[in-house]
Design a protein around this ligand. Sequence first.
Ligand code: ATP
Length: 244
Amino acid sequence: MTSALAVDGLRVLYNRSIIGLSDVSLSVEQGQLVALLGSNGAGKTTLLRALSLTLGYCRGHIAAGSMEVFGRTLSGRNPHAAVLAGIAHVPEGRRVFTRLTVEENLRAGGFAAKTARDRQRAKDRVFALFPQLAEKRNIRAGLMSGGEQQMIAIGRALMSNPDLLMLDEPSLGLSPQTIERVADAIRTVNSEGTTVLLVEQNAGMALRIAEYAYVLDMGRIVLSGESSELATSPEVIERYLGGV
Ligand code: ATP
């Protein structure tokens, strides 16, 4: 299998001194759906920011280590380079453009598509994945439910036809039923060939759909393994699955 993502010895600092990540190494194979679990402040968002080259906006920087995406070194401070490398980042809290319509939000994500045809194909894919977005394409995103806004955020990321989709806590604040819909959509995107890195505090959902998972704690990877193994690990059950 070709490696989609290879992170080696990554160390991230905020404001030149606060440790965001220390010595993080992980890999994701092409076509895999991998979860990254951890509680508040573990460093999950920091890893996604490093990979989407957006750390600079939060006064963060990479102090050591390397990142390879589909065999190519990823570096620099321009998020555009990450998009061109095939990465799309669905940020925590969705960050949709509330005053823009669904369709305008999607268009904003399609700037990196090479041709109008690619853009159209990406939009067709998003509307097939989330038919309710097609129905509400002319509605302003700010008027839509949290679940629908999450769908817009995922759809917007898919508009660049990414090879690697990274999602930051897509289940946050959603009802159990909506979480299932979002989980199904993530599974579908993955089954269509897109590699997925899923950051979640909802370990139950993440371990159900991911094949492999890493657990971060205080900026370090503390556990990793097949999801089925982690789901039965006493430590994971106690700390991340609410002891059930
Ligand atoms: P959460 O689920 O709360 O988002 P997380 O696992 O995503 O948690 P991060 O947000 O990556 O964790 O935070 C990792 C560490 O980096 C924490 O100690 C946090 O306080 C620190 N940190 C994150 N962003 C900044 C920032 N902009 N400036 C300073 N420190 C930061």
